[in-house]
Design a protein around this ligand. Structure first.
Ligand code: ATP
Ligand code: MG
Length: 429
């Protein structure tokens, strides 16, 4: 029989690693709540046209990274979402979310791109993102940047720098585009296949190349910043002033153009040097034309997405401790006859918010295993207390509570009044 295995580039997230994911998600939820961003969940499968129209035909994602397929039953062209902004905008338009003003939204979930799997680059990966829809002001660009900055701080991450650029407005890009094409034509010998193909269809994309051979040439290309008018420059400066006041350092990266076509004005990335070539942990920007392009009433927007795997890898790289998940107590049950009473008591404790891990004998229905083996498991669980449901205790209507981590006394507690002593088991969490 063929060995069954996960698809290449798509990973299982197993304990204890899954605890890091849940911790990160909890920090994010708490932060989103403080910034008044509300959750949105959109489908993982969308029609292919949504991404072609939303992200732009001449982009890495649409040209070569999408998992697209035909619905076998009705022939519809479908795609596993490679990113979430297009879906969020579709949902906002479909449900008239902006009818009573702007909306601040966030999401978390899996995305799919057919890339060469390597550290920090997977085929199923996870993003957390925010979208502030319906707001034109630079303060919203700053707000989403400050939110991301606060997240790094709460996670304890260091050495993450903010790079900013402005893509201006479409009419400003036209003049730059002509200059860019002229420049690239002069350096045609250095252009790789992708770049040659995009020379006339999407020359800005060439600036986003990862090809080392092209770096120096691209570095010296005409800069969009030099083609921006006062309004675009003013918008960027307004963002910078807010960041400065909040003590958030930034630097301009004139080559920062992002991978999708929908951006205008502010674009930004949070970058680290500690993850090799997959150093961008978060990217975003303003996309004032996408909502209109998706058939909605024109409305401005700004957002970002971070790569969960890259953030977690950076946490690991910086050896930051993620709070361990351990039960408060471990139930030791010397004799299987005590199971009904023990489990009824545990049920009460858990209803009081106590985390209790029940002992169970591995792979056998006979007996619970020796006390020694059970205490060994109790110790390994990390629990602060063992609850011992011994025969003598049960006859007295009691359970023994034995401290496992510190020197305290073993005490007995009444089985029927678990609610009264449950709180004494609570570890400082
Ligand atoms: P890259 O330049 O590294 O390919 P990107 O510009 O394609 O990134 P975005 O589309 O902006 O990435 O997605 C936002 C974030 O999602 C990235 O900054 C990164 O952290 C993460 N990300 C993107 N693609 C992947 C992937 N294949 N595997 C893991 N994380 C990813
Ligand atoms: Mg990419």
């Amino acid at each position: 029989m063929q060995r069954l295995a996960a698809i290449k580039g798509m990973n299982d997230i197993l304990p204890p690693d899954s605890a890091c994911w849940e911790w990160l998600e909890a920090v994010v939820r708490s932060l989103m709540q403080r910034y008044a961003y509300r959750a949105i969940r959109t489908p993982i499968v969308e029609s292919t046209a949504l991404f072609v129209r939303g992200l732009g035909e001449v982009t890495d994602i649409v040209e070569k990274e999408m998992y697209s397929f035909e619905d076998r039953l009705n022939g519809e062209q479908l795609t596993l979402r490679p990113e979430a902004t297009a879906g969020v905008v579709r949902a906002a338009v479909e449900h008239s979310l902006l009818h009573d003003g702007g909306k601040r939204l966030y999401y978390m979930g899996p995305m799919f791109r057919h890339e060469r799997p390597q550290r920090g680059r997977y085929r199923q990966f996870h993003q957390i993102g925010v979208e502030a829809l319906g707001f034109a002001g630079a303060e919203l660009d700053a707000e989403v940047i400050l939110l991301a900055h606060a997240l790094w701080a709460e996670l304890g991450l260091a050495h993450v720098r903010l790079e900013l650029n402005s893509l201006g407005q479409p009419e400003e890009r036209k003049a730059h585009r002509a200059a860019l094409i002229a420049y690239f034509e002069q350096h045609k010998d250095l252009l790789d296949e992708d770049a040659r193909r995009r020379l006339y269809s999407n020359p800005l994309r060439i600036l986003d190349t990862k090809n080392p051979v092209m770096q120096a040439m691209v570095e010296a290309a005409p800069q969009l910043m030099d083609y921006l008018g006062d309004a675009s420059r003013g918008h960027l400066q307004a963002v910078q002033r807010i960041l400065d006041a909040a003590g958030v350092a930034w630097r301009i990266n004139p080559r920062l153009v992002r991978g999708m076509d929908y951006y205008n004005l502010t674009v930004f990335e949070f970058v680290t040097d500690q993850l090799g070539s997959q150093g961008t942990i978060c990217g975003g920007g303003r996309y004032d034309y996408l909502i209109g392009q998706m058939g909605g009433k024109a409305a401005p927007a700004v957002g970002w997405a971070l790569g969960v795997e890259r953030v977690l890898e950076l946490l690991k790289e910086q050896e930051l401790a993620v709070p361990a998940v351990v039960p408060d107590a471990y139930a030791v049950v010397p004799d299987a006859h005590a199971l009904p009473v023990a489990m009824a008591t545990l049920q009460q404790l858990r209803a009081q918010g106590i985390a209790v891990q029940m002992h169970s004998a591995a792979g056998s229905a006979q007996g619970m295993g020796s006390m020694k083996a059970q205490f060994k498991k109790a110790d390994a669980s990390g629990a602060r207390y063992a609850l011992v449901f011994g025969v003598d205790e049960l006859q007295a209507g009691m359970v023994s509570v034995k401290p496992l981590r510190d020197a305290g006394e073993q005490v007995q507690r009444p089985l029927t009044e678990a609610a009264l002593w449950a709180a004494s088991l609570q570890s400082a969490r």
